[in-house]
Design a protein around this ligand. Sequence first.
Ligand code: FAD
Length: 383
Amino acid sequence: MPLHKPSSTPWESEKRRTNVVVIGAGVVGLTTALVLSRSPSLRVTIVAEHFPGDSHPMYASPWAGANYLPFSQRGTLEHSLERDTWLPLALLASELPEAGVHFQDVILYTRQQDVARGLDSSLLSNLHSPDPWFKDMVPDFRLLDPTSDDPPDTAYTTRFKSVCINPAIYLPWLHGQCLKRGVRAKRATLAHIHDAAAMFSNTDTVVNCTGLGACSLGGVKDETMVPIRGQTALVAQEASHMLTVSGSEDGNDSELTYAMKRAGGGGTVVGGCYAPTAFEDIKKAAAPDDHLARRFLHRWVKYDKVMEGVGLADVIEHRVGFRPSRKGGIRLEPAIIDGLKVVHCYGHGGYGYQTSWGCAERVRQIVVDEVKGTKHSHRLSRL
Ligand SMILES: Cc1cc2nc3c(=O)[nH]c(=O)nc-3n(C[C@H](O)[C@H](O)[C@H](O)COP(=O)(O)OP(=O)(O)OC[C@H]3O[C@@H](n4cnc5c(N)ncnc54)[C@H](O)[C@@H]3O)c2cc1C
């Protein structure tokens, strides 16, 4: 066999790769690191205070439901990110059971009183719209008149198939996929975004996927971040379908009703609430509220009659997390901070899973364009 002189030695090609450091190992940081690692020209390192397996109120990803139910308005950045995340999640559900993502039938109950009040003012207005942008994208979409099985105040139901993600399986799976592709991982708490570059020689770009941490990270200190409290209960009983309801008579506007069965024996997650919380109150607010859990379990069994009798005594675990919300929505853009190239990707609120693959691909485009020296406009197109 003739000997060919290799065009470059492994260490030479290694030297030519561009070093990118991703801060954050939530669903956004891990998905971004995985997508970046598919570019042969990039060498990717994750630095994070928390990794899958950890549990902390400032680490949102393990607390999520999590499902794919689009909230975004047509024409927004979030719309394009949710749209671009559907296919990767549906492929995982179809082809890789080990990722912990599965398909489930969805029923959205839209109540007469919420329609009368005007859905527009509601957090769930786009999801519960009779003409949502995702109707031609998700399988088996139907808008139906109420039947005698539905609660009497139902105006209409929306049915389709979507996916539910079990974070206890999915986050370690993402982490493992990163390691398999040669992504390095280092645990550290950074005081300043420049510390990420200083930890590794020749860092070209830092990707900021710090979620709520963006509020206190030096060089970023984004004061528009708002933690949004979410409480859920895990029960062993398996819901027949995933559901949400357009409103609730209980408590104030922050109370929600939703449920989803998780893949891989994950039981059913029932929620919930959507309560803006001050950063200084997070520690206190991280304690579960039994009264709230009793109310949302009670509402759930009204909508999923097969679950009649399920209540507080069936709860395996009460869970409280804080969605990393940002006034103005997700920040996804390149920036220069004291000479350091940064791509921001944080502020995913209650939709970090359902925008994750769309975000990761946008970040990859920005990083690769910068590496190639393509002039980047520093403004992302909205769609
Ligand atoms: C109850 C609940 C239900 C939800 N349901 C859904 C759902 O059904 N569908 C959906 O799409 N989304 C849902 N979400 C929202 C989703 O969980 C979040 O949008 C998502 O997890 C955000 O991911 P992230 O990676 O941006 O942030 P995080 O998961 O919070 O990760 C942030 C990472 O940055 C690291 N970090 C921060 N600061 C620093 C620092 N200074 N130094 C080093 N590391 C740092 C942290 O340690 C961590 O690794 C839900 C959230 C909650 C709480």
